[in-house]
Design a protein around this ligand. Structure first.
Ligand code: 3PY
Ligand code: MG
Length: 272
């Protein structure tokens, strides 16, 4: 999918599913990208990739020929946003947006003049978007993360900022912002649910994308039912650990069963 098609799909409120990449493993990224996610997001805030890793990751996503590559940038600062876009990201997710000014700064950093202040140096993005700065401005998605007490309080002002395409909920920081100690803290369950609704409704009232991070396909399905349309389903690091643990637990069950049985054949599939 090209950046323009993806941006149009997301902006019109079609449901798009994405995946977070924390590991600097272009080969794993390329293989996961072939599974059909609409977007693959390299995590430049907490992930383990440096700038060369962003380039490798975005190349791997494009090589898969499926969804687009985007980057969660480290902050709303212009330098990181410009570099993510120069590297070929189709959009950015900006963490910890507290105010309309933060949101406007992120938009300005993501757009070339006259809309913004992005400097021209499309190292890799030039391969797909070419020299047309207007087209780059139009096709670049900018999502503001709402995950702090200030961000929650200012959510309507942030949603109203021109050039902000959507509000993206970071549930773990949001839980902490609400006084919880961890994601899923029962002490803040009711407030957490109400805040998801507040952010979703603020996005929709402003005609923007309601976006959310989730930890599983089941939860992503619940978020679709609740009206969110831009939904990340977990990450490579989380899945590697979960699957490794679950296979080990399945195999360990056999230890308690001491009756020997004849070995079975193996099903066909990839060996690794
Ligand atoms: C959060 O849950 O705080 C996030 O930023 C998601 O990665
Ligand atoms: Mg966060």
């Amino acid at each position: 999918m090209d950046a323009g098609t993806f941006a149009a799909k997301a902006r019109t409120g079609e449901v798009v599913f994405g995946y977070f990449l924390l590991l600097d493993s272009p080969l794993a990224t390329e293989r996961i990208a072939t599974t059909g996610y609409d977007y693959m997001c390299l995590d430049g805030q907490h992930g383990l990739l440096d700038y060369a890793g962003w380039i490798r990751g975005l190349q791997a996503i494009d090589a898969a020929g499926a969804g687009v590559g985007i980057v969660r940038v480290p902050s709303a600062e212009a330098a990181g946003i410009g570099r993510a876009l120069d590297a070929g990201a189709a959009g950015i997710i900006v963490p910890l947006v507290n105010t309309a000014d933060d949101a406007a700064a992120a938009v300005a950093a993501a757009k070339y003049p006259p809309q913004g202040i992005r400097s021209y140096g499309p190292m890799r993005s030039g391969l797909r978007i070419g020299p047309d700065t207007g087209r780059a401005n139009a096709e670049t998605l900018v999502l503001a993360m709402i995950e702090t007490p200030e961000g929650i309080a200012n959510v309507h002002e942030i949603a109203a900022v021109e050039g902000i395409d959507g509000l993206y909920i970071g549930p773990t920081d949001l839980s902490i912002a609400l006084g919880g100690t961890h994601l899923g803290d029962p002490a803040i369950e009711v407030e957490f649910a109400a805040t998801l609704v507040r952010i979703r409704d603020a996005a929709k009232a402003a005609g923007k994308i309601a976006a959310v991070h989730t930890s599983s396909g089941d939860l992503a399905a619940e978020r679709v039912a609740a009206g969110f349309t831009f939904i990340t389903i977990a990450s490579d690091l989380m899945h590697a650990e979960q699957i490794a643990r679950s296979h080990l637990q399945t195999a360990q069950l056999a230890i308690s069963d001491s009756t020997p049985k004849p070995p079975t054949g193996e099903s066909l599939g990839t060996a690794n």
